[in-house]
Design a protein around this ligand. Structure first.
Ligand code: DX5
Ligand code: ZN
Length: 220
């Protein structure tokens, strides 16, 4: 089986040393950098905005995988694009016209992702699949790191994998929440090719990041 890409979530990094943490995970083999943006409204937590993304941009050349958990979302898409996001992922519940949001992201030359909450069906993608670059299956309810993997989402990953293969398009299938060395192989077997991992990447401190990432890739 091909090793998945790993996108460490900065939510579990040391926020007082974010630039250093980004450089450390880059050196440790991270493929993308996952940035969780929360607004205290769409999800019950507050994190960071485009200014922090911009400040982190010079610290790595790896793609910034920006997960927007904010509503309404459209007004902020351009700011995240300008700050250096490469992939911008939104939730269909975060605005009245998600297809328009996808068009907006792509009009800015960025890759567009759609994130499905645990209760959001894969069917939501029926009329979006031809216009997106990534599907993010949430395997926890968004808002916090360190939660337990919701096993029912494996079925959704399988369903989304089938939809992607049927589309014949180059679309990444990413999983986010509770991904660790036990659940990672299950996600990959179900069809995921990108794994987000916060707790499982940053556990143990910087000297463990490379081994943690290798383990998530199934190379540990
Ligand atoms: C949750 C975020 C995740 C989270 C993952 O709302 O979208 O990216 O940080 O954290 P872990 O890997 O600790 O479950
Ligand atoms: Zn996330």
């Amino acid at each position: 089986m091909t090793a998945p890409l790993i996108s460490p979530s900065l939510l579990s990094a040391d926020f007082a040393r974010l630039g250093e943490e980004v450089r450390a995970i880059d050196a440790a083999g991270a493929d993308w950098i996952h940035v969780d943006v929360m607004d205290g409204h769409f999800v019950p937590n507050l994190t960071i905005g485009p200014m922090v993304v911009k400040a982190l941009r010079p610290h790595t050349a790896k793609p910034f995988d920006v997960h927007l958990m904010i509503s309404p979302v459209d007004a902020y898409v351009e700011a995240f694009a300008a700050a250096g996001a490469d992939i911008i992922t939104v939730h269909p519940e975060a605005g009245p016209h998600v297809h328009r949001t996808v068009q907006l992201i792509r009009s800015l030359g960025k890759k567009a992702g759609i994130s499905l909450n645990p209760a959001t069906p894969a069917k939501m993608l029926d009329y979006l699949i031809d216009d997106i670059d990534l599907v993010l299956v949430m395997s926890v309810n968004p808002g916090f790191g360190g939660q337990s993997f919701i096993a029912s989402q494996l079925r959704k990953i399988e369903a989304v994998r089938k939809m992607i293969d049927k589309s014949g398009r180059d679309i990444r299938l990413e999983v986010d929440g509770g991904v660790d060395r036990a659940t990672a192989p299950q996600c990959v077997a179900a069809g995921a090719d990108v794994l987000v991992a916060g707790t499982a990447t940053f556990r143990g401190g910087a000297e463990h990041y490379a081994a943690n990432i290798a383990a998530l890739k199934g190379q540990g």
